[in-house]
Ligand binder design. Structure first.
Ligand code: C2E
Ligand code: MG
Ligand code: MG
Ligand code: MG
Length: 343
């Protein structure tokens, strides 16, 4: 596909491709500005525990408020920055922004597990875990230094100067880091949702070229209290293989298998297969694309732990999250069907 090539790398002159390439190049340059000019925003979509409807966390999803084109969704610009330095810059921006938002919500009395979408190639960037350690330290500072710190042993040498400054501060109840004892054992062990500060959803795991190296970085990150989910599970041939090689805490079933589960026996069989397999590991499963209460019920009967989808809530701007949470706490009202157009 053309999108994988560098812009302008066509050998034969082709007016249509030439036009596309120029547009892509322009969008790429505009995105570089978007990063520094405050045009990016995160929307948040709740995840719930099916057994009792408790809110389990929120997924941060990127949106671009383009100066001329309006609000762009990720599929309109992610392909253009894929495999470029901008993709990594975006990943760092998303992590920092989500953590600041989390700290703000914590000040408002809401401890919320936030997940971010990260390309597995970003894990292979040098110093990814050191970046994370710093970002988590920044989070603690901005939260009024209540919610946790990275001790030298948890952060490792990579966490650098942040460690000393923050060591010895109070540990938060819910999202605080793990104590030394736990940290020593951590690595392959699951990080419980309650003690995690951040969840990283790994995208397109099939494109990971060194699972062993990635697993090492993941274990470093887990010592910082970060947990990992495997996004879009069921798509991509390599998913199954990597599943056993990587320290994954939760599996997300891709929405394409969930959307039509009620009518499509094949889709239902795939969901069943993922649930069976994850039980042998064992790891909890989240189903995405849950658009109706009926599908939520069926999933729960099948043993699926968590759900996310338009039936519960669409991704929303940050300022709508606290009102949504209190409305949901009062009355867990599912939407009937996602018939209205996408936001
Ligand atoms: P994803 O991580 O699998 O995110 C789920 C996508 O499904 C989101 O689309 C969400 O709006 C949509 N969705 C959620 N519930 C439902 C539902 O019930 N029905 C239907 N039909 N769709 C639902 P969105 O926000 O357009 O994101 C698309 C993809 O873009 C994401 O898929 C993820 O792969 C990528 N992405 C989003 N944010 C980021 C980011 O910050 N960084 C990177 N690298 N990728 C991102
Ligand atoms: Mg995701
Ligand atoms: Mg997904
Ligand atoms: Mg997806």
């Amino acid at each position: 596909q053309a999108k994988r090539r560098a812009p302008g790398s066509y050998h034969l002159y082709d007016p249509i491709h030439d036009h596309q390439a120029r547009q892509q190049r322009q969008l790429y340059q505009e995105f570089a500005q978007a990063l520094t000019q405050d045009q990016l925003v995160l929307h948040y979509q709740p995840k719930i525990r099916l057994a009792d409807g408790q809110v389990h966390g929120l997924e941060a999803l990127i949106r671009w408020q383009h100066p001329h084109k309006g609000l762009l969704r990720p599929d309109q610009f992610l392909p253009i920055i894929e495999d470029s330095p901008l993709e990594f810059a975006l990943g760092e921006w998303v992590i920092k922004t989500a953590l600041m938002q989390q700290a703000f919500w914590r000040e408002q009395g809401q401890q919320l597990l936030i997940s971010v979408n990260i390309s597995p190639r970003q894990l292979q960037e040098q110093n990814f875990s050191a970046f994370l350690a710093r970002a988590l330290g920044l989070d603690a500072e901005q939260a009024g230094a209540q919610a946790g710190q990275l001790s030298a042993e948890q952060g490792g040498e990579q966490a650098g100067g942040q460690d000393g400054e923050q060591a010895g501060e109070q540990v938060g109840e819910q999202v605080g880091p793990l104590d030394g004892e736990q940290a020593g054992e951590l690595g392959s062990e699951p990080v419980a949702a309650g003690s995690a500060r951040l969840e990283i959803e790994l995208l397109e795991i099939a494109r990971l070229d060194n699972a062993v190296a990635a697993a090492v970085v993941m274990r470093d990150c887990k010592r910082l209290g970060v947990r990992f989910s495997l996004d879009d599970f069921g798509t991509g041939y390599a998913s199954l293989t990597y599943f056993h090689q990587l320290p994954i805490d939760v599996v997300k079933i891709d929405r394409r298998f969930v959307l039509n589960m009620l009518d499509n026996a094949e889709d239902r069989a795939i969901v069943e297969g993922v649930l069976l397999m994850s039980r042998t590991l064992p790891r909890p499963v989240l189903a995405e694309g849950v658009e109706s209460f009926e599908i939520g019920q069926l999933l729960q009967q099948m043993g699926c732990e968590y759900a996310q989808g338009y039936g519960i809530a669409r991704p929303m701007p940050a300022e709508q999250v606290l009102p949504w949470l209190s409305a949901w706490a009062k009355e867990r009202r599912w939407h009937q069907r996602a018939t209205d157009p996408k936001p």
